[in-house]
Design a protein around this ligand. Structure first.
Ligand SMILES: [Zn+2]
Length: 109
């Protein structure tokens, strides 16, 4: 069972309390980008076996979006944080390193 904690209102609940919104920290490509960049933005998503960063919405609560770092194999949640964050907070990256030394995800480690 996946248990998440909304960093906006502090409510902790099962994943049915929330709604998954796909991959986090996606670089968006707009006007002036190449077709390959835009295609990659739309369709090329990570699907790792292990550490992953995702967008979630507190659907049955405050309604706000946030980001979560979790392990896709164990469902362990390393932490949740504001959706207005451009990279995972240091304390979450350190928590992941403590459990999964040598992990990488995109440009993060
Ligand atoms: Zn909330």
């Amino acid at each position: 069972m996946l248990i998440l904690e909304c960093p906006c209102c502090g409510v902790r609940g099962e994943e049915t309390e929330f709604h998954g919104g796909g991959e986090a920290h996606i670089k968006r490509f707009g006007p002036g980008s190449s077709d390959e960049e835009f295609q990659g933005y739309l369709f090329a998503k990570e699907n790792p076996k292990g550490v992953h960063f995702e967008r979630w919405r507190h659907n049955n609560g405050c309604g706000k979006w946030f980001l979560a770092a979790r392990d896709t194999m164990t469902l362990e949640v390393y932490g949740t944080y504001s959706a207005q964050t451009h990279e995972p907070p240091k304390h979450i990256r350190e928590a992941i390193t403590a459990k999964r030394p040598g992990w990488t995800w995109r440009e993060f480690s």
